[in-house]
Design a protein around this ligand. Structure first.
Ligand code: NAD
Length: 366
């Protein structure tokens, strides 16, 4: 990760210190860690993200937002968050008056990403939003517009872009080590349990495996090729008598065609466990399995010689802390995140095309 120069921090502090800042926005002080409010205290927030602030250089946990008072108390005490910095969904808008909060990180069920992002932007806060960015292209566009209107940054939680093995794979492709990319083959799935969970409720999830885990296949195909697909095929296989799949799809596999002629074959599933990709060109290939998991990535490559394990260049931070710090650094230095709202929107455009291709049994052009 790039480090922030003293000069750019000073420049950011000075720039943010000019008169006329909107209410809710507070000047970035050189050296100050930016404050995150975590909104939605479920599994990913509490088990995966919140512990990772400990390794952040430019970010700290400053506030909590939850619909459950007991969670606010438990995690507030655990992380030393004062009661003044604990919000319910009803009192959340008062965060506009809290100078300790620079960024709101939305980690709720998918259909709530849009309304909470819009409220955070109205409160003058920058937004980190979990994937999928929202349920529809229209929702994504509204979120981008809300953050733009507020003059605030929007980033999507595509953490794999900050993970060492994925960074290495992207670099090998961009350096031409494989020759021009011809194929990406990628599988993402897990066996989902409890039929009553929000992930299997269409109103809350927006769809099934594709919205949740298949999006990793899509996002990887896009960041490995560095291109946007121009045509999409898809097939769905869902056992509608299975109590888990009354409302959303199980398997939806899709193929993408990119402008260069590169192709991607992608699995998205809620009934098998898989997490891998292989990207290939005429000069070789690189594969990661597991590829986009929280940990345990393993890489192999065939680059001229026989296939062999490959260790990526070490990165200074784990993927979660690097993701959190990336948005803080962008705010402090006035840059745009490498995975902004535009990237989330691009995924949703393809997702809508994948659903249409499966429904209509035809190739959908983009
Ligand atoms: P979860 O069910 O564990 O947590 C969801 C939280 O939202 C809970 O605290 C719940 O109380 C709260 N909530 C607020 N309103 C709700 C409502 N109307 N119905 C149900 N819950 C409500 O889910 P999670 O696994 O933490 O996922 C949350 C978000 O994070 C999703 O968008 C998911 O796609 C994303 N996620 C991302 C990753 C990643 O690796 N980037 C991993 C897991 C989840």
């Amino acid at each position: 990760m790039e480090t922030i120069s003293k000069r750019s921090l000073l420049a950011a502090g000075l720039a943010a210190g000019v008169a006329g800042l909107p209410r809710g926005a507070f000047a970035a002080q050189p050296g100050r860690k930016l404050g995150y409010a975590i909104l939605g205290l479920g599994y990913y927030a509490t088990r995966i993200i919140m512990p990772r602030f400990a390794e952040c250089e430019h970010s700290r946990l400053a506030a909590l937002v939850s619909g459950t008072p007991e969670k606010l108390k438990t995690y507030g005490e655990q992380y030393g968050i004062p009661e003044t910095h604990r919000y319910s969904y009803e009192t959340f808008d008062r965060i506009i008056d809290n100078p300790d909060v620079d960024i709101v990180y939305v980690i709720t069920p998918n259909s709530l990403h849009r309304p909470f992002t819009e409220r955070a932007a109205r409160a003058g806060k920058h937004v980190m939003c979990e994937k999928p960015m929202a349920n529809t292209v229209a929702d994504c566009e509204a979120m981008i517009a809300a953050c733009k209107k507020a003059g605030r940054k929007l980033m999507i939680g595509y953490r794999s872009r900050f993970q060492a093995h994925n960074i290495e794979a992207i670099k090998l492709v961009r350096d031409g080590a494989l020759g021009p990319v011809r194929t990406v083959v990628t599988d993402h799935g897990f066996t989902i349990g409890d039929p009553k969970q929000w992930r299997l409720n269409r109103a809350l999830a927006g769809g099934g495996s594709l919205m949740d885990i298949g999006i990793y296949s899509l996002n990887a195909a896009r960041y490995l090729t560095g291109e946007e697909p121009v045509a999409v095929n898809a097939v769905e296989s869902t056992d509608r008598s299975d109590p888990r799949f009354g409302e959303v799809e199980d398997i939806i596999n899709f193929q993408l065609l990119f402008p260069s002629g590169a192709t991607a074959n992608c699995v998205s599933a809620y009934s098998v466990n898989c997490n891998r990709y292989r990207v290939s060109g005429p000069k070789g290939w690189v594969e990661i399995d597991p590829a986009t998991s929280y940990q345990g990535q393993a890489m192999r490559a065939q680059l001229g010689g026989p296939p062999a394990p490959r260790e990526p260049a070490p990165q200074p931070k784990n993927q979660f802390s690097a993701q959190l710090d990336h948005l803080s650094e962008c705010i402090l230095t006035g840059r745009e995140p490498i995975v902004g709202g535009d990237d989330g929107l691009k995924d949703l455009r393809v997702i809508e095309a994948i659903y249409r291709a499966a429904r209509e049994g035809r190739t959908v052009k983009l």
